[in-house]
Each structure stands twice: as structure tokens, then as C-alpha cells.
Ligand binder design. Structure first.
Ligand SMILES: Nc1ncnc2c1ncn2[C@@H]1O[C@H](COP(=O)(O)OP(=O)(O)OP(=O)(O)O)[C@@H](O)[C@H]1O
Length: 880
């Protein structure tokens, strides 16, 4: 961007989930620095996000407070919003917490500040008591102001706590306090930003909406419960804890795990032994980090707390003032943002390893280090385009380093946000009840599905509770299990329990689970056993493909509108067919990913792998070093046992696999050369990413329809679909995240195996590129050939039908040209997906590897397979 109204943008300084932030100035006066937050309307397709931004604008316009980032102006164009904000040259609090060492070396002002207020230890990221208390008081002051306006921020986290240069516009403590500031006047000044999630409290229904970033989220939000302004106090507790100890109090791989961890802690907050915090501050942190909001410290008590009101004047540095003041002015005059002082020198390969070592000193940073390290994350395959990008990148090293360093934060937050959105929408749909006058959807009418056309209302939930193992339901499911012929398919009664991972104690969920089985099938023990032992690569797809008979009857009719369902006008009559089409696409990709996953991480390995995965996020650096030394000497601890139980009860991975069969696969995987193992992981990740992107698109469609429709109720069929989409979304996210760590480990081992003198690029580029389209295309042809064989041999025609349908959906999915790598804003799972763009500016955009000729060929295949399917169905009808 170049300009917005009266303002000119200079340089990108930050990126959030929906916005890019630039440093800029008033066009007519270069000395008037501003921050310009650019939000593209295209990213706000969802009505709710647009609403969030309008809320941020409305709130910021109304409020003026010294510890809240002010909104100066706002520009709207047909494509973008521009929020012109007060500029905070020292960035956000994460810079002080995560980049302190480098800032001490390179940033003249912060070096002096850290010299005057030295951190308690070199070995962790905690800050001097003066910083902690000053920022605590500034946060309290801003929150007090927000309370007085009935506002809850709901997204307090270090990234949203910006720091402005001290001693600009005032010279001493007196004038500082007269201007309304609190805290220590010669330290960087904290200001709360990002009001996208803030709401006026009286609007309680909106206050129930889930939002925020998991690490700093209150447990009641993580658990989708109603929450109130006290959620902000929990977040304050996490930030203060992190300022003291250098890491947030609780870390986990996803919000559900985080919730479990917080709950398990049972209000016992463990301060690392290296943290020497006085009892009053500890007590305050503990009272903020209290699980039950009712027991948590209240606002008045918090504002009146002794530490929050401590006189900090003894920390103010009268003698050193001139030095600090001149350095502050220097920062303003140089017009450099904090990130521009970081990592100017490109890191050598060795320094990457050294980086690991030092990061590992701080256990919580290790997983970030593993994720962010160049050595562990292979660059995209070199094309002319990427080389050009690299060239540009090397000129921009400090910026890239910052971006990559912060990418983990963003990925985590963005993915989590998506996950929270998906889960909260699914909950909302489930809780809203069913339409007592269901619309006759084409598919449900065709199938005469007793269960799904049942008249439901929220009160009818009682129906399930009273019925328990409801004979009527069982009859409904079993009688419909044969589909239109009523005889050829295996009994669904046998299978109904194997598919549902919904909470069995909830009668409604159980009913949804049964209905879900009806739609998406499951596998009885015997079939699963057969699948494992015979294990042709396509069997898994077949086995789970019960849904196809229902979802593919109108396949050709539906395919046309699938490319951009978000542009469709949604109503209650077409929502089912759109969701079913998307679900079918997601399902074939997911099933293929599962095949790969089972080759990489069979059950036995999964148990250990998942336990490691969990432990890695909590173990100390010594334990990690030991773990790298002895991969196999894993003790079977409680976590491992828990995973085993979960897996064996088919709740998590390994659904339907047996230990012996999966350990055979494991042996095969472990015998593969490392590069092939990496390839397999890459393929699985790419497939999960694609599945995630389709699932996320489906939820986006649901969300648009749901929030646009006046009536908050829907048919059970939609509800079942939404619950299934959510379940698969969570599962894919978990598995992709797991594979991401797995591939990092493999790359690490691989990198240490290759010759020392190879450059990082050479190491990275030795990985084969993965083309999603090719994966799907090859697989689809393999399956359709197999189907044709089975048909010729007169084998089970039902299986042939499913195989043709699978193949069709796969080919159809391979024609998608949307950017599945960007389903979450940035690449959540770095992999070596091939990008085919010649335009450097366009580098973020994913381009399908198919050209028009390829597409014509694929469409021909689709036509001919669809034709075979039609003939087969006629044959089947004839036989019956
Ligand atoms: N007024 C500002 N002055 C200086 N830097 C800013 C300003 N506003 C934002 N930034 C920088 O830009 C980054 C991104 O800001 P933004 O508000 O878009 O996203 P976020 O809050 O980090 O993420 P999300 O919106 O996903 O929660 C911030 O973390 C900060 O480093």
C-alpha cells in the first residue's frame, strides 16, 4: 500500500490474523508518525469479522486513555479498511520478552533501559521488577477505564500490549502523571491495542462469542462457557506471570489440552525455581489465575491491591534521565521500528544450531525453536521464482528473521482461532435446536431417512434422554442401513458405535453420533481386521465410504457449484447439498491422508509419538537432550498409558487398527530411507492441509448461512453434518500438528546425516516437492482402475460403486484452484508444497500445478467414470 487518505505508508511492521500494520506518516508532515493498520475486505468475508472490525473502529473512536492505543483516523475504500493509529515505535511486549538479548546488543534506547533495569537472570526471559510493576499498573489503569465504559477487551496478550517511546512529550515524573499516565515515567510506556474482540458488556449474548488467543485465554473461554469481564483478569495474570518468569504459566498444543492442563493444576500455580518473586506478587498472580471466575479476584479488589498501588517512584532514575531522554529522541528521529534493530546479520548454519542450544535453555522456547529453525524447516523447492524471492529476502534479512521468529506465534494463534471458531459454531448449531418444520432436502427426501426427517425441537432432546438405547432410533438406523434396496449393505447397528467420538454421556450427542454413522459409515471389527490384513492401499477409503451412496447420487449436478460455494446464495434448501458435497470432498482427502498417516504413525508408534509430542512441550532442556540421545528409551508413564487407553477405545488415532497389523506397517516405515520418510510425512501433511481447508471452507459456508438466517434452528441433517465437519476438523488439525513435529525431527536427523559442508539450501532442496493435485489424480486413477477390475470380475458391486465415487470426488477435488495452503492466513504447516508463480509479488499465492490441458484430461476422466458409475447403478438396480 502507498497511501491512505491523508497518510502515507512507509514500511510493514507487523501482521495479525486479519491485518497488516505499516509505519507511516501524515503526508503533509513527515514528523507526524502513525501506524496504519490495513485490513482487506476480502479477508472479512464472514459477517462477524467485519462486525469485529467495525466494533474496533467504533470503540477506539470513543475512547481516549494514555494506556490505550489511540485511533487517529479511519479510511474505508471499496477493497480495504485503514485504521490510522498512534504509532508505538518499540513494538509490542513480545519484543521485550522474546528478543531481549538481541535488543540489548542493538537497540540504543532499550540497551540503556535494560542496563538500568537489568533482568533478574540471563537464563530466562523474565523482566526486572520495575518493568513488571509498571506494566501491571498501566494495565490496571487501562482496565479500570474500560470497566468504567462497560467494556471487556477479551484479547489481552503480549502481542496486543504495545510500547511507546518514553520521555517524548513530557520530561519528568510530575508532568507524566499529570498527563494521566501511571507507572514509571522513564520506561517504555505500555498501551493496550487491538479492540477487535472488545464488546460493550451489556450485550451479553455477544459476550458469549469465543475469541482471543489460547495461551492467554481464561479457562471458561477455552471450555466454551459463558464468561464475563473477569476473563480479562485471567489474561492479566498470564501476562504478569510471563513478565516475571519468561514463559506463560500454561502451554499446550491446542486449546483443549490447554484447558485440561489448567484444570489439572487445580489452582496450584507453579513458579519455576529460577523465579524469585515476592510473596505479595505471587499471591496476586495466583488470585488472578484462579480457575473459577467466581473465586477469581474481582476488579475492585484487583484495583485496590497493594502491589497494583505500590509507589514506584524509588525506581525512577533522575540521574540517568538526560541519557535516556536523548536516546528516546534518537529513536523518534531515526524513525526506525524496533524490528529494524534485530538480526541484521544473516545466521550461519552453525548459528542456527547454537540458537537451538540457547533457546533450549528456556524449555518453553524449544518447540518454537524446532518449528522456526531454518535447519528444520526446509525451504520451498527452488524455482526461478523462489530464487528471486530468496534474493530479495537476503536484502531483508532482519525483517524476515523477525517475521519467521514471530510466525509460530501467528500460526498457533491463527490456527487456534480457526479451531475455536469452528468448535464454537458447531456448539452453537448443536445447542440451537432443530427446526420443528424441517425443509425437505432433496437427498433426505430421496432416502426417506426416518431418523433425519424426525421432527425435532430443543425440547425433544428429552426424547433421547428418556429413551436411552432408543429402539425407535435403532430401528430407524438399521432399516435405513440398506439404503434404497434395504439389503446389500452391512448392518449399521453393528457399526454405529465405532464412529462416534462424541461424548457418550450426552444423549443428544449420542443420537448425533448414531446419525453420523448413518451418514458416514463406520466399520465393524471384522471388516477392520480384513482391511488391515489385506491392506491394499485403497481399502481404507472404501471401508469408510458408506456415505457415498447418499452423497454422490447427484454428484454431477453438484460439482459445478462446488468451486466457490462461498459465492452462492445460501438458503435452507441448498445448504444441505452444498455441505454434503464439501463433506464428501473433505472425506476423500481425509481418508487418503489417513492411509498415509497409518503408514507413518501406526498405533504402537502413535502412542509413543504422541506422548513425546506432549512431553516435548513441557519437559526441560536436559530431558530433551536425553530424548534426542536415546529415542527408544521411553518410560511408559501416565501420559502414555492415557494415550494407549484413548487409542484402544478408538477415541483418538488408530481407529479400527490392530496393534499387530500396524506394527507391520511401522516396520516398513522405519526401514525406508530418511528422505522417503520425509516425503511420506510431507504427503500426509499436504493432504491433511487440503482436508482442513475444505472443512474450514464448509464451516465458513455454515457460518455465513447461520448468521444470515434469522431463525436459529436447523434440521438434524445439517446438525449432523456440522458435528461431523467439526470432528474431522479437530482430528485433522491434531494429526497435522503432530506430523509437523515428526517431520521436524526427521529433518533434524537427516540434516545431521548429510555432509557438513552442504549449505542449508542444498539440504532443504534435497526434499522432493509434493503436488497435491498429482497425489489426488494418481490415487483417483488407481482406485477407478481397481473398481473396473472388480466390476469385470463381478465382485461386490457396492464396493465398486464406492470406489468410482471416491475416484470422482478425488478428481473433482484435484481441480480446485483455491489456496489451501492459506486456509489459516499464513502457512500453518510448513511443508514443501510446490508453488508455481512467476510473480514475485504474488509469492504467497498458491497456484495449482495443473494447466488447462491437464484440466481437460481430468474432466474427461470425470465424465467417463461418472458414466461407468451410472451404468453400474443401473446394473445394481436391475440385479435387485
Ligand atoms: N499502533 C501500532 N504501533 C506499532 N506497532 C503496531 C501497532 N499496531 C500493531 N502493531 C504491530 O503489528 C502487530 C500486528 O498487529 P495486529 O493488531 O494486526 O495483530 P495482532 O493483535 O498481533 O494479532 P491478531 O489480530 O491476530 O490478534 C502487533 O503485534 C504489533 O507488533
Amino acid at each position: 500500500m502507498a497511501s491512505a487518505g491523508n497518510y502515507t505508508a512507509e514500511k510493514e511492521i507487523g501482521k495479525g490474523s486479519f491485518a497488516t500494520v505499516y509505519r507511516g506518516h501524515l503526508t503533509s508532515d513527515k514528523s507526524q508518525h502513525v501506524a496504519i493498520k490495513e485490513v482487506s475486505r476480502a479477508k472479512l468475508k464472514n459477517k462477524k469479522l467485519l462486525e469485529n472490525l467495525e466494533i474496533e473502529i467504533a470503540i477506539l473512536k470513543k475512547i481516549k486513555h494514555p494506556h490505550i492505543v489511540g485511533l487517529i483516523d479511519c479510511e474505508r475504500t471499496s477493497t480495504d479498511f485503514y485504521l490510522i493509529m498512534e504509532y508505538c515505535a518499540l513494538g509490542d511486549l513480545t519484543f521485550l520478552l522474546k528478543r531481549r538479548k538481541e535488543l540489548m546488543e542493538n537497540h540504543p534506547l532499550l540497551r540503556t533501559v535494560f542496563e538500568k533495569y537489568p533482568p533478574p537472570s540471563e537464563n530466562h526471559n523474565g523482566l526486572h521488577r520495575a518493568f513488571v510493576l509498571s506494566y501491571l499498573q498501566q494495565l490496571a489503569s487501562a482496565l479500570k477505564f474500560l470497566r468504567s465504559k462497560n467494556l471487556v477487551h477479551r484479547d489481552i496478550k503480549p502481542q496486543n500490549l504495545l510500547l511507546s517511546t518514553p520521555l517524548i512529550g513530557y520530561h519528568d515524573s510530575k508532568s507524566f502523571h499529570e498527563l494521566g499516565f501511571v507507572g514509571i515515567y522513564n520506561l517504555p510506556i505500555l498501551k493496550i491495542a487491538d479492540f477487535g474482540f472488545a464488546r460493550f458488556l451489556p450485550n451479553t449474548s455477544l459476550a458469549e462469542t469465543l475469541c482471543g488467543s489460547p495461551l492467554y485465554m481464561a479457562p471458561e473461554i477455552l471450555n466454551y462457557q459463558k464468561y464475563n469481564a473477569k476473563a480479562d483478569l485471567w489474561s492479566v495474570g498470564t501476562v504478569v506471570f510471563e513478565m516475571c518468569c519468561g514463559t506463560p504459566p500454561f502451554r499446550a498444543s491446542n486449546h483443549l489440552e490447554l484447558f485440561k492442563k489448567i484444570k489439572r493444576a487445580n489452582d496450584v500455580i507453579t513458579f519455576p525455581s529460577y523465579c524469585n518473586i515476592e510473596p505479595e506478587l505471587k499471591e496476586l498472580i495466583c488470585s488472578l489465575l484462579t480457575f473459577d471466575p467466581a473465586q477469581r479476584i474481582g476488579f475492585e479488589e484487583f484495583f485496590a491491591n497493594k502491589v497494583v498501588n505500590e509507589d514506584l517512584s524509588s525506581y525512577e532514575l533522575e540521574d540517568d534521565l538526560p541519557e535516556l531522554e536523548s536516546k528516546s529522541k534518537g529513536i523518534v528521529e531515526s524513525n526506525m521500528f524496533v524490528s529494524e534493530y534485530l538480526s541484521k546479520q544473516p545466521k550461519s548454519p552453525n548459528s542456527n544450531l547454537a540458537g537451538h542450544q540457547s533457546m533450549a535453555d528456556n524449555p518453553a522456547e524449544l518447540s518454537d525453536a524446532l518449528k522456526n529453525s531454518n535447519i528444520l524447516t526446509a525451504p520451498a523447492v527452488k524455482t526461478d521464482h523462489t530464487q528471486a524471492v530468496d534474493k530479495k529476502a537476503s536484502n531483508n534479512k532482519y525483517h524476515n528473521s523477525l517475521v519467521s521468529d514471530r510466525s509460530f506465534e501467528r500460526e498457533y494463534v491463527v490456527v487456534e482461532k480457526k479451531s475455536v471458531e469452528v468448535n464454537s459454531l458447531a456448539d452453537e448449531v448443536a445447542q440451537a435446536g432443530f427446526n420443528p418444520n424441517p425443509i425437505k432436502h432433496p437427498t433426505s427426501t430421496q432416502n426417506q431417512n426416518v431418523l433425519l426427517n424426525e421432527q425435532f425441537s430443543p425440547n425433544n432432546q428429552q426424547y433421547f434422554q428418556n429413551q436411552g438405547e432408543n429402539p425407535r432410533l435403532l430401528r430407524a438406523t438399521s432399516s435405513s442401513s440398506g439404503g434404497s434396496d434395504g439389503s446389500r449393505r452391512p448392518s449399521l447397528v453393528d457399526r454405529r458405535l465405532s464412529i462416534s467420538s462424541l461424548n457418550p454421556s450426552n444423549a443428544l450427542s449420542r443420537a448425533l453420533g448414531i446419525a453420523s454413522t448413518r451418514l458416514f459409515g463406520g466399520a465393524n471389527q471384522q471388516q477392520q481386521q480384513q482391511q488391515i490384513t489385506s491392506s491394499p492401499p485403497y481399502s481404507q477409503t472404501l471401508l469408510n465410504s458408506q456415505l457415498f451412496h447418499e452423497l454422490t447420487e447427484n454428484i454431477i449436478l453438484r460439482i459445478d457449484h462446488l468451486q466457490h460455494p462461498e459465492t452462492l446464495k445460501l438458503d435452507n434448501t441448498n445448504i444441505v447439498s452444498i455441505l454434503e458435497s464439501l463433506a464428501a470432498k473433505a472425506f476423500v482427502v481425509y481418508s487418503y491422508a489417513e492411509v498415509k498417516f497409518s503408514q507413518i504413525v501406526p498405533l504402537s508408534t502413535t502412542l509413543k509419538g504422541m506422548a513425546n509430542f506432549e512431553n516435548r512441550r513441557s519437559m526441560d532442556s536436559n530431558a530433551i537432550a536425553e530424548e534426542q540421545d536415546s529415542d527408544d528409551a521411553e518410560e511408559e508413564d501416565e501420559t502414555l498409558k492415557k494415550y494407549k487407553e484413548d487409542c484402544l477405545s478408538t477415541k483418538t488415532f488408530g481407529k479400527g487398527r490392530t496393534l499387530s497389523a500396524t506394527s507391520q506397517l511401522s516396520a516398513t516405515f522405519n526401514k525406508l530411507p530418511r528422505s522417503e520418510m520425509i516425503l511420506l510425512c510431507n504427503e500426509a501433511i499436504v493432504l491433511y492441509m487440503k482436508a482442513l481447508s475444505i472443512l474450514s471452507k464448509s464451516m465458513q459456508v455454515t457460518s455465513n448461512w447461520w448468521y444470515e438466517s434469522q431463525e436459529k434452528s436447523c434440521s438434524l441433517r445439517v446438525n449432523v453434518l456440522v458435528q461431523w465437519l467439526r470432528e474431522k476438523f479437530n482430528e485433522c488439525l491434531e494429526k497435522a500438528d503432530f506430523l509437523r513435529l515428526k517431520i521436524n525431527d526427521l529433518r533434524f536427523k537427516h540434516a545431521s546425516e548429510v555432509a557438513e559442508n552442504q549449505t542449508l539450501e542444498e539440504k532443504g532442496s534435497s526434499e522432493e516437492p509434493v503436488y497435491l493435485e498429482k497425489l489426488l489424480y494418481d490415487r483417483a486413477l488407481e482406485i477407478s482402475k481397481m473398481a473396473a477390475h472388480m466390476e469385470l470380475k463381478g465382485e461386490n458391486l457396492y464396493n465398486c460403486e464406492l470406489a468410482y465415487a471416491t475416484s470422482l470426488w478425488m478428481l473433482e477435488t484435484s481441480l480446485d484452484d483455491d489456496d489451501f495452503t492459506n486456509a489459516y492466513g499464513d502457512y500453518p504447516f510448513k511443508t514443501n508444497i510446490h508453488l508455481k508463480s512467476n510473480d514475485v509479488e504474488d509469492k504467497e499465492k498458491y497456484h495449482s500445478v495443473l494447466d488447462e490441458n491437464d484440466r481437460i484430461i481430468i474432466r474427461k476422466y470425470i465424465d467417463s467414470i461418472a458414466n461407468r458409475l451410472k451404468i453400474l447403478r443401473q446394473k445394481m438396480n436391475h440385479q435387485n
